[in-house]
Ligand binder design. Sequence first.
Ligand SMILES: C[S@@+](CC[C@H](N)C(=O)[O-])C[C@H]1O[C@@H](n2cnc3c(N)ncnc32)[C@H](O)[C@@H]1O
Length: 308
Amino acid sequence: MESNRSNSSNASLVFRLFDENPNSELGILDSPQRPLQAPPPCFEVLPSEVPTSVKYVTEPLNVGGVILLKGRVSTHEVFALGNSDLVPGKYEGGLKLWEGSLDLITALSCEIKVGKLSFAGQRVLELGCGHGLPGIFACQKGAASVHFQDFNAEVLQSLTIPNVNANVQKMPEHLATDTNKNNNLETRFFAGDWGEVHSILPYACKDETEASEMAQLNRGSSYDVILMAETVYSISALPNLCRLIKKCLCTPQGVVYMAAKKYYFGVGGGSRRFLSLVENDGTFSASLVSEVADGSSNVREVWKLLPK
Ligand SMILES: C[S@@+](CC[C@H](N)C(=O)[O-])C[C@H]1O[C@@H](n2cnc3c(N)ncnc32)[C@H](O)[C@@H]1O
């Protein structure tokens, strides 16, 4: 496929990220560390950049009564990697669908039902989107704009954009409902590392000083809702992720919904590790929205962060 970056790996380490079952679609983490290397450049990916050389197929997915179309592409076709590989700092697992994104949609749906959340007219940012299904759910629920961010431009090009097209632009008539049509929607796509991607996000502040100045003005040009699923596995990435949220979230009314495993075995990250960083930082208060302990993997959680 055409890519803005080379597909040839200069990463020194290749780890298994996913489970041993080659047919499994859900990612399972088993990656101990990240290599020290400069992150790839940040840039906006245009919806027209979908590669024609990568085969993309969809299947319907029922997430607690919410019907979404989930795409599937081959990791080998996109990255020239085996289907179960992660290359830290090069490919961060976005082609797999992770359980947390389904937990997140279920939690968002409940929050809407009980009147604690509305996407209507909101600016939404999905960080580490991969398939982008939570962001797509926000599109269907009336968001004004949804911006999708992933480490890999290739993921946005080959999977996220086609998923948005399939679910929002071209939903088949038999699956379309009044709630998943949103005619005044802006969707945009941004590739880059959490340490730098704020520089290209349209509603992000350039630094934390500007973010706190905006907060004092009571409404910055920033995001109302930030969504993220399975983004807190790598300990080394957590400080940048926390700083990025501070630069992007609207204060005081913004909200972050985060789905993650409580603990990622083998890597040390997890929801609790991220939340202790957030707590020390002092900008946000956190509350548990839901917990999934179904025995199929380690405990999974959905958390809500609000500016203090
Ligand atoms: C495990 S995948 C989860 C994908 C998707 N949210 C899901 O739940 O199916 C982690 C995502 O975070 C992104 N990511 C990981 N580390 C990152 C970093 N340092 N900067 C930017 N994005 C990163 C990856 O591109 C990837 O899409």
